[in-house]
Design a protein around this ligand. Sequence first.
Ligand SMILES: NC(=O)c1ccc[n+]([C@@H]2O[C@H](COP(=O)([O-])OP(=O)(O)OC[C@H]3O[C@@H](n4cnc5c(N)ncnc54)[C@H](O)[C@@H]3O)[C@@H](O)[C@H]2O)c1
Length: 463
Amino acid sequence: MNEKKFVRKILCVGAGYVGGPTMTIIANKCPEYQVTVVDINQARIDAWNSDQLPIYEPGLKERVLQARGKNLFFSTEIDKGIQEADIIFVCVHTPTKDFGEGAGKASDLQFIEATARRIKDQSSGKKIVVEKSTMPVRSAEALERILHSGNNSSEFEVLSNPEFLAEGTAIRDMENPDRVLVGSRETPSGIKARDELVKIYEHWIPKERVITSNLWSSELSKLTANAFLAQRISSINSISAICEETQANVREVGNAIGKDTRIGEKFLFAGPGFGGSCFRKDIANLVYLCETYGLKEVAEFWDQVIKMNDYQMDRFFKRILRAMFNSLVGKKIAVLGFAFKPDTSDTRDAPAITICKKLLREQARLGVTDPKALENAKLDLQGVEGSVEFYADPYEAAKNAHALVLITEWEEYKNLDYSRIFKSMEQPAFVFDGRGVLDHQKLFDIGFNVYSVGQPGMEHFSG
Ligand SMILES: NC(=O)c1ccc[n+]([C@@H]2O[C@H](COP(=O)([O-])OP(=O)(O)OC[C@H]3O[C@@H](n4cnc5c(N)ncnc54)[C@H](O)[C@@H]3O)[C@@H](O)[C@H]2O)c1
């Protein structure tokens, strides 16, 4: 590698769902920058350097192959990376604390702090440190204090650049984002650092979509965006409960209200509850922050979004139980989809985990299938009492099953040969469409009893 050909060296600490894809796109779009992604997890780095990338994301592999070894590098040499870097992105995880004060709500910032201390210890000269991980508002202040502590002569400018990509569409979201947000101190050095980062994004993103703000607005915008998105899901899910009681159809309601441009059409699809590594954690963090600042009513308002989500998963499970004559003992249930959404292998906080555990407690036998997330599903259900088999082939998962439970709306599940599946199942056969994406009339005509979230059940011999 010819070291001199790069105008700037970027380092990203954390080679996960955010660090890997975002740095790949920066490397693709900015060939004159050297981009190195480091992690403490050797296996993860080995996977990034192999043909089997550690995460699945449509379009990711081609883009990694385009840049890897040219201006994109994956390594565990964290200290070396820090020493050489001009700009350091912090992309480590910020999970919910599961111990001590604030357990279940507050962010566990130990990985951020360890990274900050390492940056401080290994740095000399001037560096820009970019918070890309999602952090509680005012975290940049803590980062600054750690970085500038002791008798370190280095100068750091801390920026906030929260990531808004959605898994499953990460590449599209990075290449064509609605906006990029860069928060900085409003000092001359803060603005200079901000402009450096903005310059990177302007390689491919129109100027007007790169927004700047103060540090705290930037940090809070990320938590707020996730809170609003999750709130929309909980809102339509709450309406799905009324629909099921009243013969209204949540798809029709969503369609009707979405035509109002003030409401808009997106994120109005009822489901079995939201999942993923961010929504629950970020709202819990927002709730904790509000409580810390004594804003009880605000905390309660946002907490309700999480409660509604738990309620929705439970409601979905109970509808299965009730429809199947209040007994699932020994019945095989085929679970279609385990990832928290389609086009990802990620199962973190997936509703499938909660729903499968509830079904297993009823002593159902599960046949789980998913196009990309089976390995993660095995880990998630490891040690859970009960009978679970994993199938790559959905037709095998459905064989001899009493019910199909669609939890993740993978495109391929819309086009399965349901007549063939029906013939291989126990009778009466049930479909529980957790996403409202299947052709319910067709399934009913084949002979299935069909239940979709937020829609009246379609039952044979009900009268
Ligand atoms: N996943 C998403 O869709 C998404 C979207 C937007 C923002 N975020 C935020 O981005 C951050 C990262 O999320 P993620 O999903 O990529 O997490 P992740 O768990 O996939 O990746 C984090 C990585 O950081 C590494 N790491 C931890 N401590 C380290 C250290 N001290 N030194 C080096 N590496 C270390 C871990 O080994 C891991 O590989 C979180 O704050 C998250 O809230 C995530």
